[in-house]
Design a protein around this ligand. Sequence first.
Ligand code: ZN
Length: 393
Amino acid sequence: MNNKLTIDLLSHLPITRPLLNDQERVFLAVLKGQVKSRSEATKSLSIRSTTISDYVAELLAMRLLTEVPSERAGRGRPSLILGVNANRLVTIVFQVISQSVHVFMVNLSAEIIAHEKIEAAPDSDNAVLESIFLRLYQAIIVKQPAEAGLAGIVFSLGGVFDRITWRWIHSSRWPGMNNLDIRSIFPGEEHAISMSRTLDNELLIHLLQQDESTLLLHWGYGVGFAFGHSGDRIVEGGYAFGEIGHWHIAGEAARCHCGQTGCLETVTALWSIGRQILGDEFQAGDDEEHIARLLEERDLSDNPVVQKAVAQITTAASNVCRVFFPKKLIISGPFVKNAGIWRAFCDGFSQQNSFFGQTIQALSVSQVSRDLGVYGAALPVLEQGLAKLLQER
Ligand SMILES: [Zn+2]
């Protein structure tokens, strides 16, 4: 990830809670690169120099900060430069990307310091996925730096899952997987394990860039949305919150993998219409970013399957906007990367958008890559880990 973006993300910390105290202000100021020495901290944070010295001494003892002489040449004592020991705290993020399970280790500076992946065949069942998760965990945990504490393990998942029972109920990538108990994969694991929606993590990145009430609609293998209006106010809802792909469409009767018939996904999702649109170039399980490139190149304006899908997605988006009335609507996924599809969506949406003369002003295509969502998953956990570390002192 490029430096500018890392700094942009870090500049929003803390995102899920208020600042703890002045000591945390000192640490975050160094982390964000705003402060490079004790005297700069005294000036820019308006904290007495003796207090700064106490805080820095504690942060050094906790190994969160480092302090080394500057390399400045010349006479006199070199000044001491404060830095962050970014590997003092790490988190592990599991994320599904196309047909593979990936695992990342992310440190306090939002850097990925380790990454592993294993492909899982479409017919993988609970036992296969369980063993893949375990193998990935074993492969990444040995890369944990010696000085690092583990803030927690996050499963950034798509599909349907229940945070309360720790069950991953369904994923369209692996229909043979059912009700996988995530926590039981790691018996005796002392670290906090949490589950978060990949779409929520992508939304968090958007909210960090601009904190406005935002509805993020994903239109790809599945259809779902996330809604929120700042880091700690992403709506969680129940176990299948946002899964509008399974709304019933009047007059449709095709069978859906959820067990119902006539779901929105049966006429709009990649799993159902991908082959009709792309023919043999479509491989189920293909990466959405690859599909986006295939779709981008084609003129699909006369394709009746596409026309029907656009019409249904437009109506679905308009209806969800009637629930949340967001300031911004962002669409992610491969379909809207096609200029013609995007234009048709915008035209349809602008017709349906007006409500008592009010409209949603901002409509855009998501530019947040799925990999960036890894940071959206990691940041809240790192932040909680940091708070715990600072409170334990
Ligand atoms: Zn369905």
